[in-house]
Design a protein around this ligand. Structure first.
Ligand SMILES: Cc1cc2nc3c(=O)[nH]c(=O)nc-3n(C[C@H](O)[C@H](O)[C@H](O)COP(=O)(O)OP(=O)(O)OC[C@H]3O[C@@H](n4cnc5c(N)ncnc54)[C@H](O)[C@@H]3O)c2cc1C
Length: 437
């Protein structure tokens, strides 16, 4: 497997210290150590792969899921747990220009459907995932942005069919949202969850429905619709590649140059007492993010711990990981100064994934009949990855096919510079940092 970050990024190093690992046990799944015949072989046991597997297994399809590590080892078991709108990093104006208004609305409807997809799964499987928050709150990092948030309320109504709620700067403390913010807009779609409890629930449901899961079995190559691991091969009628930010240039070769992994970094504090929450003026159960391009995301979880995340470093090594954890702590203390002395008990990082056209892709791998993929959720894959996995299953089944919006059916374009494409990121981040001033 050829991957574009140093090996450290794909090791347990960035993952060490992940809070979710302390919150529930992971079932054991065997290594794939023999040859298998099946209908569908799925590479990657994150939200995408397991949602595809669940739908297929429940439809009576003989499906296997093979992960290089363990269930949820990738981003799905170490994210911020925001089950929210999003999936692309694209504006309404860009969508209108590229696809027209109807397709823009279809894409926004898919974002909303993605959140309800997860909600329905949680209800149907009766998963206890520590849910909280009534939608998501965006906090303006300057007065101009707050005016923009107010001015674009009609777009929220048009795109998602809901009316956002506004909190002016002087009311933020009363709302338990105090910080260096200039007002808030709450869109009542989405909720926070414990991603590990969600993915463990998914994995158990897949097995209950007859699917088989294998761990510690890196897929080394895909030939036709056969996947090869070190100890066995699976011959399938269809293959789904669900590897997102942990993808490689060779599994399959078509992905080479077409996805951009980027790091995100998270910390979690010890539980905060009511008095400590009051001191900072943050007691809201809302999941929130600030309005920067290089945004910070944060939420007070039901057990009183505070989760705070932001973009990670551009490099990956033990040293740069330590730097990025320090930077995350630094920004946390700046934003929430009353908590500067509070113990940060956990911190970690992982890979999100970006596409050149700033949209997720769900569909066939061109020129490789029977092989499908879904990836590039731009840091918002709890809902969109889950939904995309289920949509992939529909594509494979050729039944109940959802009308995927055109915006999500555009095969991934290659980035300039091939395997050296990470060179593009420093100027992009620098541009964002300037626009965030
Ligand atoms: C720190 C962080 C915070 C985030 N916060 C949020 C958030 O709050 N809300 C939100 O919506 N999104 C968030 N995201 C993004 C979200 O977690 C991802 O978009 C989503 O989990 C992607 O799911 P996936 O199943 O496609 O990929 P992943 O969960 O990354 O799974 C890919 C899997 O593929 C496996 N794999 C790779 N190559 C091979 C191979 N050759 N053979 C076998 N297996 C292979 C990997 O081991 C991995 O387990 C965050 C991501 C990170 C890293």
């Amino acid at each position: 497997m050829t991957r574009i970050f140093p090996d450290f990024a794909y090791s347990d190093g960035p993952r060490a210290g992940c809070w979710w690992d302390d919150t529930c046990d992971l079932p054991d799944y065997p290594v794939m150590d023999s040859d298998i015949d099946c209908d569908v072989a799925i590479v990657g046991a994150g939200f995408t792969g397991l949602n595809a597997a669940l739908r297929l297994a429940e439809a009576g399809v003989d499906v296997i899921v093979v992960d290089a590590e363990t269930v949820g080892w990738g981003a799905s078991g170490r994210n911020g747990g925001f089950c929210c709108l999003g999936g692309g990093k694209i504006s309404d104006a860009q969508l209108d220009r590229r696809f027209g208004k109807d397709e823009r609305l279809a894409y926004r409807a898919a974002e909303k459907a993605a959140v309800f997809h997860v909600q329905n799964l949680i209800d149907r499987l009766q998963l206890d995932v520590d849910k909280h928050s009534n939608g998501e709150t965006e906090l303006a990092h300057n007065p101009r942005v707050f005016r923009d948030l107010v001015d674009t309320a009609a777009a929220i109504e048009e795109n998602y069919g809901v009316t956002p709620d506004f909190t002016s700067k002087d009311k933020l403390r009363d709302a338990g949202l105090n910080g260096p913010f200039h007002g808030a807009r709450t869109t009542p779609i989405g909720f926070g969850l414990n991603p590990r409890k969600y993915i463990v629930g998914l994995a158990r449901a897949v097995v209950k429905a007859g699917g088989r899961i294998f761990s510690n079995s890196p897929v080394l190559s895909i030939s036709g619709t056969t996947i090869l691991t070190k100890l066995g091969r699976a011959t399938a009628k269809n293959v789904i590649v669900a590897t997102n930010g942990y993808s490689s240039e060779t599994v399959p070769n078509w992905l080479s140059g077409r996805y951009m992994p980027a790091q995100s970094s998270v910390l979690v504090t010890r539980p905060l007492s009511q008095a400590e929450q009051s001191e900072q003026g943050w007691s809201s159960a809302q999941m929130a993010f600030d309005s920067r391009n290089l945004l910070h995301y944060f939420r007070l979880m039901p057990d009183g711990r505070f989760l705070f995340g932001m973009r990670g470093g551009l490099r990956s090594s033990p040293r740069s990981e330590a730097q990025s954890r320090r930077k995350t702590h630094h920004d946390f203390k700046q934003m929430f100064p009353a908590w500067a002395q509070i113990d940060v008990t956990h911190s970690w990082s992982g890979m999100v994934c970006v596409a050149r056209n700033l949209l997720p892709y769900v569909g066939p791998i061109p020129e490789q009949p029977g092989v499908y993929t879904a990836l590039c959720y731009h840091g918002n894959g709890v809902a969109m990855g889950s939904f995309s996995g289920a949509c992939l299953a529909d594509l494979v089944l050729h039944q109940n096919e959802r009308a995927l919006p055109k915006a999500m059916r555009q095969p991934l374009a290659t980035f300039p510079f091939g395997k050296a494409r990470r060179l593009l990121m420093p100027p992009v981040y620098a541009g964002y940092a300037v626009s965030d001033l």
